[in-house]
Ligand binder design. Structure first.
Ligand SMILES: Cc1ncc(COP(=O)(O)O)c(C=O)c1O
Length: 396
């Protein structure tokens, strides 16, 4: 059997038609397959590789940490320098009430931890989530997921979760003194880039404060410069009670986190002690990698260049087959008439050396979320390949 067949046979599969490209090297914005073919990466591992693949400073930090120590003990017992340094820098860059970082191994675990914390802090169990939201695939996070198609096969899930409409003012009436938390993506990514109205988010914040409900923002796709701000919530001028981090947090290594005020986080230390535990959460190599990646992001001009790069994509991607483009920074959805059209465009892009895909709840939308380090020359090249793919579909 060749590699591809072994992959299909022995690696647990998630769809009947995986991309199954055999990538052997990744550097910056370029992936190279076994035959030497290169792909310009427009998806960055789904908003993970914001500083590009294998940034030399990230790789150096991983090598250094691997030479010092790997796993030592379960999370929270020992003073591990990479964790401490990373938590310190993250909290320095966040509002002062987000000052305690609980590291996990994934985004879904960050969601789980935050849900548990909301229960402990408020003594309530009801939660509000939104249609077309995605917060992870574990059963708590899945209970929040905003689509019955994916939830239904795994029932029973957590009770007491209301799924409401994002941006709907009526949501305010559902937030009461029984609500533990309102949990939402700062921008709904998998819906195909659905941002909140500022007035709506402000009203949510106010209503949560009035009712003692925690406002939890999922920054797993929107964090680390993706929207042109270090944190996606910055332009909305509100401060959430908890944020969820993941994806780019680890600089290409597995890492998640939820961040809250220490007074809230301390709930996990009592009644019961060890209220939330993990063996590998905040792995020292992941923290060293994430810290190095964040330092690169702060040093480079990539975040400030996001708006011009976003504008360049929008300026170049003009075609009658494009029904809409929605974007917030370098999180861009290009909408077509149907999934079938989108899929043929995506397939042609991939065979012509541009890696892209669709969105979970926006299957007719093509995803553009490249490493923030992408150059203008690469954007022009990517857009000409996308336009050629659209045109060939158009002329079908
Ligand atoms: C917004 C959002 N939240 C949470 C998650 C879950 O993260 P993970 O896949 O690391 O569990 C994802 C993953 O795609 C996501 O996009």
């Amino acid at each position: 059997m060749n590699q591809r067949q072994l992959f299909l046979q022995h690696v647990g599969q998630t769809s009947p038609a995986p991309l199954a490209l055999e990538i052997v090297k990744a550097k910056g914005t370029v992936l190279t397959d076994r035959k030497g073919k290169t792909y310009l990466d427009l998806i960055a591992g789904i908003s993970v590789c914001n500083v590009g693949h294998c940034h030399p400073k990230v790789v150096k930090a991983i090598r250094k940490q691997a030479g010092d120590y790997l796993h030592l003990l379960v999370y929270g017992e020992l003073v591990e320098t990479p964790q401490v340094a990373y938590a310190t820098l993250l909290t320095k860059l966040l509002p002062s009430s987000l000052n305690s970082v609980y590291f996990t191994s994934s985004g879904a675990e960050a969601t789980e931890g935050a849900m548990k914390l909301a229960k402990r802090v408020t003594g309530r169990t009801q939660m509000i989530a939104f249609n077309h939201s995605y917060h992870g695939s574990t059963q708590g996070a899945l209970s929040l997921m905003g689509d019955e198609y994916w939830r239904n096969a795994y029932r029973p899930l957590l009770p007491g979760i209301l799924h409401l409409e994002y941006n709907d003012p009526a949501v305010l009436d559902f937030i009461t003194t029984d609500t533990a938390c309102v949990l939402l993506e700062t921008i709904q990514a998998e819906k195909g880039v659905n941002p909140p109205k500022k007035s709506w988010l402000t009203a949510l914040r106010k209503r949560c404060t009035e009712t003692g409900t925690l406002l939890i923002l999922d920054e797993i796709q929107t964090g680390f410069g993706r929207t042109g701000h270090l944190w996606g919530f910055e332009p909305f001028e509100i401060v959430p009670d908890i944020i969820l981090l993941g994806k780019a947090l680890g600089g290409g290594m597995p890492l998640g986190a939820f961040v809250a005020d220490k007074a809230l986080m301390d709930q996990f230390t009592l009644n019961p002690v060890l209220g939330h535990i993990t063996t590998f959460g905040g792995h020292p190599v992941s923290c060293a990698a994430g810290l190095a990646a964040l330092k690169v992001l702060l040093k480079e001009k990539w975040i400030s260049e996001v708006p011009e790069k976003e504008a360049l994509f929008r300026e170049l991607l003009v075609h009658p087959a494009i029904q809409a483009i929605r974007s917030r920074g370098l999180l861009i959805a290009v909408e077509f008439e149907s999934f079938e059209v989108n899929k043929r465009v995506i397939d042609r892009c991939i065979s012509n050396g541009v890696l892209t895909d669709w969105f979970l709840f926006g299957s007719n939308c093509l995803r553009i979320a490249p490493p923030l380090s992408i150059s203008k020359k690469e954007i022009k090249k990517a857009c000409s390949i996308i336009l050629e793919a659209i045109q060939s579909e158009y002329l079908r």
